[in-house]
Design a protein around this ligand. Sequence first.
Ligand code: SF4
Length: 313
Amino acid sequence: MAAEATNIESAPNGERATGDGAGLPTVVTADGTTRPIIGALSPSRAGDFMTCPLLYRFRVIDQLPERPAPAAVRGTLVHAVLERLYDLPAAGRTPAAARELLLPEWRRLLDEEPAYADLFADDAEREAWLEQAAGMLDRYFHMEDPRRLEPAQRELYVEAVLDSGLLLRGYIDRLDVAPNGDIRVVDYKTGSAPGPEFEAKALFQMKFYALVLWRLRGTVPRLLQLMYLGNGEVLRYSPDEDDLRATERKIHALWQAIERAVRTKQWHARRSRLCDWCDHQALCPMFGGTPPPVPDRAPAEMLRSRRAATDEI
Ligand code: SF4
């Protein structure tokens, strides 16, 4: 796994989410000045807050455990196979080769996370689940021909600090770089493409990555490409600098809202169809539950927490 990042100094003791920089980790910028980091955000966690602030709180502040869901683990498995596929020589990247990678990658995931074995009631259920993953891989080959591609990066960890001191970070599934230097950011989704009313939300994640790459490399990616392996659709978008400046403003507004929620301890529950997949209904007022007292912990203290940055949940 590759990484591109700014130069972040080790965090001193006494982190606080005050935003005044006192005692916070710092970043050394290109001109040699040292700047405090006020907090960290990934596209997934930003998406959580936009979907439901209480969900963000449960995940980032309370850090409540969640049960692995078969659909999410299937996504992890398909991503792992697609990453491994590009280890093969170009001519060998065939549908049959992808299917052959499925079981070894599943065993590797099981070794890393034995609890995945409990996802299925019986062997037949697991086999059906594996066949769904295989079907997504087959569909991938109808969307593009991996024999004709040579990704510059796969599973690339990126992070960059905005002028405000907010650290943005996340994992990019694939980065393609054309001979003329044009960058294409590719993200695989194992669900189906969203309807037009939800496209902007889907693209927010990609613009977030584009902004990080722009900050890191000084180049706006030419194309953002979301590949929906659930139904074989591809969503493409070419961002420009104005787009990414607007994304930066949106991220700042979001961070201010998060800081306000931290300060006031007001984390509103927002009901949506995503509640059907939420592990925290028993603690949610929308479902008759009562959230526990808010822990005395702030997002800035999550800087070194994988959960603050990860896209896995
Ligand atoms: S059940 Fe719905 S409203 Fe409640 S915390 Fe989860 S996502 Fe938010």
